[in-house]
Design a protein. Structure first.
Length: 484
C-alpha cells in the first residue's frame, strides 16, 4: 500500500498491512537457500579430468610462477592445498611447515596458500583466541612462529600439537555478563583445521612430528622475485579458489567420503590384499536413492580403496607418524593420477629420510656438547684422543660405530663453534677445546629440553607423544653462522 493510500487508511487496514509485513520478514529470515545434495555426478566431476586433476595442474603452474622451490616440492604443496577442501574427511591432516632462510619468500608462499586454500587466512602472531575462535573451517597460515617455547605460549603449543587430529575439542572458561553479574561459562572449541607454518629457526621435535617439512632458500631468479604480489585480485587465483569451492561445497560433514580407507589399510598390512574389498564405483547404502545422493546415514565412498595404492605405499620405507602424516597426501595424489602418486611417494620417502638424517645429526651434536662440557683437558689435545674419549663416553664399539672418527669430530667441533685454537704438530692436528663455551651450550640445551617437558606435562590429550628429554631449536644454524 502506498504512502498516499496509507494516509486515508483505517486502523484495521493499517494493522493488516503491518501483520503481513511482519509475516513476510519472518518467512524471509527463516528461509535459507537449500544446500544441494552431493550426487554421483558431483563425485565423477571431483575425481574426473575437470576436478582435482585440473586444479592440481593450475596450482603447479601458479606456484612455479611465483616461487623458486625444489622441483619435487611443488606437487607436495599443490596436493596439500587441494586437501584443505577435503581435510574434514580425513582422521588426521598434516601441518605444512616451511623452514626458511631470511629473504627466501616464506611470507609469499603463505600468502599464495591463503589465497588458494580453503578459507585461508595469514596470521602474523598466534594467540589462544585466534586459534580457538577461527580455526574451525579455516586454513590458518602462521608466519614468524619463532617463539613457541616462550612463556605464556604453553597452551598455544599444546593446541598446535593436537589440532592436526579430528575430534579434538577444547574447553575454556570465559567470563559472561548475566543479570546477576559476571559468571564463568564453559565454551567448547573445535580446533581441527589445516595449518601451514613458516619460520627461520625451526620447530621442536613434538610439533615437527605433526608436519610435512620443506626447506626453502633465498632465490636468485629475478623473474620470480621481482613479481609484485597481486594474489587477492589475480584472476588465476580466483579461478582456482572458486573452482575448488564449486566442486567441493556440497560435500557435507556427515558424508563418509573416503569410506573405510584406514581400516582397510590396516587389514591390508595385517593380512595382505586378499581380504581387501575393491571399490570400483561410488557406492551408497541407501539403495532407494537412485540419484546417488547422500541422505540420512548413507555412506558415499570414493573408489580410493585400491590394492595398487596400498602396495605402492607399503613398498616405501615410510611408517609410524610419518605415514600418518603423508597418508592424506597420497590419497589426494591418487585422485590426481598414477604419475602424480608415484612422484609424490618418491618425494615423501626422500623428505622422511632427510629429516631422520638431520635428527640423527642433531642428537650427535648434543652428545658431543655434553662430552666436551665435561672434558678436563684445557691444553692442546689430538683429535684421535678426543675421538677415543668420546667413544668411551658413549660406550661405543670402534668396529661397529665407524661414524665416530676424526673427520666427524673435527667438523662437529667447528660447526658448534667449540674450537678455541688449533695447530699442526708432528703427530697431526691438535686442538684446544672451548670448554667453558661447551658448558654454556649444554645449559642452554637442557633449558630448552626442560621447557619442552613442562609444556608436554600439561597436555591431557590422548594423542600427545613423549619426546626425548633434550630437544633443540635448530642450534646448528646459529653455530654455522658463528663458525663462518
Amino acid at each position: 500500500m502506498s504512502e498516499k493510500l496509507l494516509d486515508g487508511a483505517t486502523e484495521e487496514q493499517l494493522m493488516e498491512v503491518m501483520d503481513k509485513a511482519i509475516k513476510k520478514a519472518k518467512k524471509e529470515e527463516k528461509e535459507e537457500p537449500k544446500k544441494k545434495k552431493f550426487t554421483k555426478k558431483d563425485m565423477e566431476i571431483l575425481v574426473g579430468e575437470n576436478g582435482l586433476k585440473r586444479y592440481y595442474k593450475k596450482l603447479i603452474d601458479l606456484l612455479k610462477e611465483y616461487m623458486d622451490l625444489r622441483e619435487d616440492y611443488y606437487p607436495i604443496v599443490a596436493l596439500w592445498i587441494l586437501g584443505t577442501y577435503l581435510h574434514k574427511h580425513f582422521a588426521t591432516y598434516p601441518y605444512l611447515y616451511f623452514n626458511a632462510t631470511k629473504g627466501s619468500g616464506k611470507t609469499r608462499i603463505l600468502k599464495i596458500i591463503s589465497n588458494t586454500a580453503f578459507n585461508g587466512k595469514v596470521v602474523g602472531s598466534m594467540s589462544e583466541a585466534v586459534l580457538f575462535r577461527t580455526a574451525h573451517r579455516r586454513t590458518l597460515c602462521i608466519d614468524e612462529l619463532e617463539n613457541i617455547n616462550a612463556k605464556g605460549m604453553e597452551n598455544v603449543k599444546l593446541l598446535l600439537n593436537s589440532a592436526y587430529k579430528r575430534g579434538l575439542s577444547v574447553e575454556r572458561l570465559t567470563k559472561r555478563k548475566t543479570k546477576d553479574g559476571e559468571s564463568q561459562v564453559v565454551e567448547e572449541f573445535n580446533v581441527y583445521c589445516p595449518i601451514t607454518v613458516a619460520n627461520i629457526w625451526g620447530l621442536d621435535n613434538t610439533l615437527q612430528d605433526r608436519c610435512v617439512s620443506l626447506i626453502i632458500e633465498k632465490s636468485n631468479d629475478f623473474k620470480r622475485t621481482k613479481l609484485i604480489e597481486d594474489f587477492e585480485t589475480n584472476l588465476d587465483f580466483q579461478i582456482i579458489r572458486g573452482g575448488l569451492k564449486n566442486i567441493t561445497e556440497n560435500i557435507t560433514d556427515d558424508l563418509d567420503l573416503f569410506g573405510d580407507i584406514i581400516s582397510d589399510w590396516n587389514e591390508f598390512i595385517k593380512n595382505g590384499s586378499k581380504n581387501i574389498k575393491q571399490h570400483t564405483s561410488l557406492q551408497n547404502d541407501n539403495k532407494n536413492n537412485t540419484e546417488g545422493s547422500q541422505k540420512g546415514s548413507a555412506v558415499c565412498v570414493v573408489c580410493a580403496v585400491k590394492k595398487e595404492l596400498y602396495t605402492k605405499i607399503n613398498n616405501t620405507g615410510i611408517s609410524g607418524r610419518d605415514l600418518e602424516m603423508f597418508f592424506p597426501i597420497f590419497i589426494i595424489a591418487d585422485i590426481c593420477g598414477e604419475e602424480v602418486l608415484e612422484e609424490v611417494i618418491k618425494t615423501a620417502d626422500t623428505i622422511v629420510q632427510e629429516r631422520h638424517k638431520a635428527d640423527r645429526n642433531e642428537n650427535r651434536d648434543t652428545q658431543i656438547i655434553e662430552f666436551l662440557a665435561g672434558y678436563n683437558e684445557f691444553s692442546f689435545v689430538s683429535m684421535r684422543k678426543l675421538v677415543n674419549g668420546f667413544r668411551e663416553f658413549m660406550g661405543l664399539d670402534e668396529k661397529e660405530e665407524k661414524w665416530v672418527n676424526v673427520k666427524m669430530m673435527g667438523k662437529a667441533i667447528r660447526r658448534l663453534g667449540l674450537l678455541a685454537e688449533d695447530k699442526r704438530s708432528g703427530r697431526g692436528i691438535q686442538i684446544r677445546v672451548a670448554i667453558d663455551k661447551a658448558k654454556e651450550k649444554l645449559l642452554m640445551v637442557k633449558e630448552i629440553g626442560n621447557n619442552t617437558n613442562n609444556t608436554n606435562n600439561t597436555n591431557n590429550t590422548n594423542n600427545t607423544n613423549n619426546t626425548d628429554t633434550i630437544e633443540h631449536i635448530d642450534m646448528n644454524k646459529k653455530e654455522d653462522e658463528e663458525c663462518q
